[in-house]
Unconditional design. Structure first.
Length: 273
């Protein structure tokens, strides 16, 4: 069984005090929850930049990883207001989010910028959480084609020698903040195509493909193993809700293991129910 990945971006919702309270509660949950404690789930938290150092201190010695919500493509220099991958790594980050739909829509990030940022992440031993997704609802085949193009563009500056597994967050733009996520069939087919594309590229085999976009309770179960995890937003602002997702991940793993231990005839019957 592969390890699931759950990422939580706090965006710019929390101030310092709420960020630290939330992280302490999540650290307590992670230390006790068997999904994280026994490494069935890898959990990463991406706080606002001003609090990265304090958040890293809160999660030090726990099974929770820390990441940045963005990075600049150069490691140092006269770039007022920017944060480099080198700085994030020095603060204890292991992940960094790149190419979110908000960065494209609000700040006008281009494919060339995203490619430079992706290369910077790899250069600084940060695992990219690379966001891809189509702007308008269409067909799974159309979504997959669009995401493959985005991936190839984002990885343009990464050669085969420096490439290594990353996390791809499939987030159809039209589903972000929507009342309901994309249908499970739509997500499953698109994510499968993304995973096949990653596996075809040297150095990227074994990358995780997770889903974000109105992700909440029950979705991991409904997707039934077709994704490698979830990228959570406002739903996870309540630590208790995050606890529920961790339990759902653990229950799904137990059910799958039970099915795999059945004789072939029984397993086929269970999968068809």
């Amino acid at each position: 069984m592969s390890q699931l990945f759950l990422g939580v971006s706090l965006k710019m919702y929390f101030g310092r005090d709420r960020t630290i309270r939330w992280c302490r509660r999540v650290a307590d949950i992670a230390a006790k929850h068997p999904a994280v404690r026994d490494e069935h789930v890898k959990l990463a938290v991406l706080p606002s930049f001003p609090y990265v150092s304090e958040v890293a201190d809160v999660f030090a010695g726990t099974p929770v990883f820390v990441g940045g919500q963005d990075l600049f493509w150069s490691d140092e220099g006269a770039f007022t207001g920017e944060v480099s991958g080198k700085q994030l790594r020095e603060l204890g980050c292991e992940y960094v989010e790149i190419g979110h739909a908000e960065r494209l829509r609000i700040f006008g990030e281009t494919s060339a910028m995203i490619a430079a940022k992706t290369a910077a992440a790899f250069r600084n031993q940060l695992t990219p959480i690379l966001c891809v997704g189509e702007a308008m609802r269409g067909t799974p085949a159309g979504a997959a084609s669009h995401c493959r193009t985005q991936l190839d563009a984002a990885l343009y500056e990464v050669d085969a020698n420096s490439a290594r597994p990353l996390v791809v967050a499939y987030e159809p733009h039209w589903a972000i903040g929507a009342d309901e996520p994309a249908s499970t069939e739509y997500v499953a087919m698109t994510c499968e195509a993304i995973r096949d594309h990653l596996d075809s590229r040297p150095g990227l085999a074994g990358s995780r493909v997770i889903y974000g976009g109105s992700a909440g309770p029950g979705l991991l179960t409904a997707l039934n193993g077709s994704v490698d995890g979830l990228f959570l937003g406002r739903f996870a602002h309540d630590p208790t809700a995050l606890d529920l997702i961790l339990t759902e991940a653990l229950d799904g793993r137990a059910a799958t293991l039970a099915a795999c231990s059945l004789p072939d005839t029984e397993r086929h019957r269970w999968q068809s129910d």
